[in-house]
Design a protein around this ligand. Structure first.
Ligand code: GTP
Ligand code: MG
Length: 196
């Protein structure tokens, strides 16, 4: 059975919001995505990269990494969407359980050069039974693949939306988050949403 959608109510009153989680491998563009779309100055927890056994070969110029979370907020129609991004390095994965609590849906951001790096993130979101979309962050000089090829490579169910995104582009990220909210609504019983 699908879990009911819970909404966040700000302590000061006002309209409720939806919490969503953004996850994906190290350096795939999570912090960039939150920064591009947030209506407020995003909360970031960047720190200098330390050696920790993580493969950084796909982002050679990367000097910082998210050590706790990213946080941003945006309005989609009359709904406030709160975006929580997970940290990338394996040594900070203990944060995921705290970040995912109360979320209604997730974005799994992937890089087609290293799809296998996303398996752990997909497993985690599926285990929490969260509706999710897969967002393909198209880096320069990478091949583009048909959605069906990505679906097969990631063994995704037929109803999981696959959306191309430019994590640096506000409109592109907004389209992605609208697709996620629509997917959450489509896969969650309506009385659960209305009653929350
Ligand atoms: N060309 C291009 N570069 C991008 C894009 N998204 C992110 N980048 C670059 O990729 C690097 C890593 O981006 P981050 O946003 O820090 O990635 P992250 O997923 O938050 O990384 P961790 O927190 O360490 O897991 C940065 O140098 C970004 O400028 C994109 O869509 N296109
Ligand atoms: Mg980050």
């Amino acid at each position: 059975m699908t879990a009911p959608v819970t909404t966040l109510r700000p302590p000061t009153g006002g309209p409720p919001g939806l919490k969503i989680v953004l996850t994906g491998p190290l350096g795939v563009g999570k912090t960039t995505l939150v920064g591009a779309v947030s209506d407020i100055v995003p909360l970031t927890t960047e720190a200098r990269m330390t050696a920790g056994g993580d493969d950084t070969s796909h982002s050679p110029g990367k000097v910082t990494t998210t050590v706790a979370m990213d946080f941003g907020r945006l309005a989609i129609s009359n709904v406030t969407v709160y975006v929580f991004g997970t940290p990338g390095q394996a040594r900070f994965w203990f944060m995921w359980d705290a970040i995912v609590r109360g979320a209604v849906g997730a974005v799994v951001l992937v890089d087609t050069r290293r799809l296998a790096d996303s398996f752990r993130h997909l497993d985690y979101i599926e285990r929490h039974r969260l509706p999710f979309v897969v967002a393909v962050n198209q880096f320069p000089d990478t091949r583009t693949y048909a959605a069906d090829d990505i679906r097969n490579a990631l063994t995704l169910a037929g109803d999981v939306p696959i959306v191309e995104v430019d994590a640096r582009d506000r409109d592109s990220v907004r389209r992605l988050l609208i697709a996620l909210v629509e997917h959450v609504i489509a896969t969650t019983p309506m009385p659960a949403i209305v009653a929350s």
